[in-house]
Design a protein around this ligand. Sequence first.
Ligand code: GLN
Length: 300
Amino acid sequence: MDKLNPVLPSNALQIKAELISAESALEAAGIETPRFEVQLLLALALGVSRTQVIAQTYSPVTNRQWQSFSEYIRLRVARTPLAYIRGTQEFYGLDFRVDRNCLIPRPETEMLVDYALSCLSKYSDIIDFTEFPVVDVGTGSGCILIAILKNINSAKGFAVDLSAEALHISCINASAHHLTDRIHFLQSSLLDAVRSQSCSIIVSNPPYIPNTEIGSLQPEVRDFEPRLALEGTDKDGLGSYRRLAEEGLRVLISGGKLVVEVGMGQARTVEEIFIRSGYIDIEIRNDLANIERVVAGSRP
Ligand code: GLN
């Protein structure tokens, strides 16, 4: 049987049988670790840890909890990402609210935060961050800017996104992390809304997947994460970097940094774009999988 019975089974044996059938439903849907995910989703429905699920040290399952569990399995069979089912994702040691209006924060993006923090700590004696804020372009959940500001107490920032719905989520996250008074939220296409500002650092994880590659993404990404957050402009997907490099020169103070995340194999072309626009001291950083992931340059 591949469908979970949404009616609570009457005894532990039947529950066990249903869990096995949930596992095969996930497996049939192409999920690679079905048992792990069944445990995770049951834990979520019961409000306990996965360890408690494994050790079976939870109170008798209620009707309501069973219904939630069945619904989570149904969503996961349709390849809804776990983070959207849970409604949260951990990033840089912090919890972020996420929904289908924002990209799910990825571990490799933590590299960008590390790099930005190292730049900011180098400058902290000479630059007043209150006067020269950090700009996060395409803020999505707000994860990058929030992680930065949580680690640099004096800094302020602009969270920019074209999507009003994404900005709404980033506002919720900023408020959960007590940063509302340090962030300005702006609906804008790239740097349009901050044109007249002077900023110390621009960070961005812009959409960079070329249109021709969208179809081959895994279903969780392709069918659920916002297209606006994934698909890059221009044939090679690098249109945002071209615009950011140009517009960044007008916004950054001298010595200010443009720091971006790039997709696999894009770092050298983005480096080229930065050099041609006039940036200096270009640096490339690899992620934990040794993929060139962060490109940064300074405004002369
Ligand atoms: N800044 C967000 C993140 O890195 C969203 C990026 C995007 O939407 N492309 O997760």
